[in-house]
Write a protein that binds this ligand. Structure first.
Ligand SMILES: C[S@@+](CC[C@H](N)C(=O)[O-])C[C@H]1O[C@@H](n2cnc3c(N)ncnc32)[C@H](O)[C@@H]1O
Length: 320
């Protein structure tokens, strides 16, 4: 039996406290916002997996194509004994890397979604004898207490999740990753690329409405956890391209004027008809921007690979 540990790095009520703080500051701000990490309860994680299988959602297929083509090179360049994956979700694509790293000692998936971590870890342990899996239920934007495990370490951040952080959050996040890397350690980063607006918007507004359900799930989470009464059916899913910031925004637009009570916060929030709540940004990148942001954090871009259609990129970086 392979060793398995699941650590909650946060005290039991920390998630609740963080949700309260985010909901209070986001819903009293103008325009209203909520951070995307609150999509991912068990149902939200399942909906995200469904999104990855949609025809319109090309990023997962494009990133998998690169991983399959480059796993050997990544493994040879990193020689990783420990693989730390931030926002690991189902760890489904990561299997291509794990297969290429027979010497790997420890896999550390990190995610806010405990259900996703458990599902992924159980599946991996059933398949891979001898691999030690130490799952962390943690927020990767906070200081991470990583387990003691042998180097070299490769930090993996896939799915374009970096793009969900705003520019100042991205800079702080990349610096904190850099601070955890020793000489010889690396970062493997997946970033979605700037492309035509129609392809981008369609990827976030599929015909079957799965992304709309995922978007509205954040309201269900706030209703359940904080005793709110958001009528999810009274909001429309909106995905739009912001060409100045080069990011997609997902929003929820109130169909009519609404008054929402959030019991646990003793808060009443008014929405005007047509008012929008921003629930996610998903920044799209160009090679130069990735190189620059990595350099600012003290990371050197060594390899830049894209899928054949040039839709998505994987970068391999090392500490300077
Ligand atoms: C866009 S999905 C990507 C999942 C997977 N890496 C992939 O490529 O398919 C983002 C993942 O990051 C997790 N996540 C989002 N914000 C997080 C945070 N602040 N800390 C830890 N995990 C987070 C979500 O639960 C989800 O599993």
């Amino acid at each position: 039996m392979s060793p398995f540990l699941l650590t909650r790095t946060l005290p039991a009520d920390a998630t609740d406290a963080a949700l309260r703080a985010d909901v209070l500051s986001g819903l009293t701000a103008q325009p209203k916002t909520l951070p995307p990490k609150w999509f991912y309860d068990a149902h939200g994680s399942d909906l995200f997996e469904e999104i990855t299988r949609l025809d319109e959602y090309y990023p997962t297929r494009a990133e998998r194509e690169i991983l399959i083509a480059r796993a050997g090179e990544i493994a040879a360049a990193s020689g990783a004994k420990t693989l730390i994956e931030l926002g690991s979700g189902s760890s489904e694509k990561t299997r291509h890397l794990l297969d290429a790293l027979p010497e790997l000692h420890t896999y550390v998936p990190v995610d806010v979604s405990e259900s996703a971590l458990k599902g992924a870890s159980e599946a991996l342990l059933a398949e891979r004898d001898g691999l030690s899996v130490h799952a962390l239920v943690a927020d990767f934007t906070h200081v991470l207490e990583l387990p003691d495990s042998p180097g070299p370490r490769l930090v993996v951040f896939l799915g374009g999740t970096l793009g969900n952080l705003l520019p100042d959050e991205r800079a702080a996040f990349l610096k904190s990753v850099r601070a955890r890397l020793a000489p010889g350690d690396g970062l493997l980063l997946g970033t979605d690329l700037v492309k035509d607006e129609a392809t981008l918007v369609t990827a976030y507004d599929d015909a079957a409405g799965v992304t709309a359900a995922f978007n509205k799930n954040v309201l269900t989470v706030v209703n359940r956890e904080l005793g709110a009464d958001f009528p999810a059916g009274e909001f429309d899913h909106v995905a739009l391209w912001d060409p100045d910031n080069e990011w997609i925004e997902m929003r929820l637009r109130a169909r009519r004027a609404l008054t929402v009570k959030i019991r646990e916060l003793d808060l009443v929030v008014q929405f005007e008809e047509g008012e929008e709540l921003r629930t996610e940004v998903s920044a799209k990148f160009r090679e130069e921007k990735v190189r620059q942001e990595l350099a600012t954090a003290g990371l050197r871009l060594d390899q830049w690979w894209t899928d054949a259609a040039g839709r998505f990129a994987l970068s391999l970086a090392t500490a300077d």
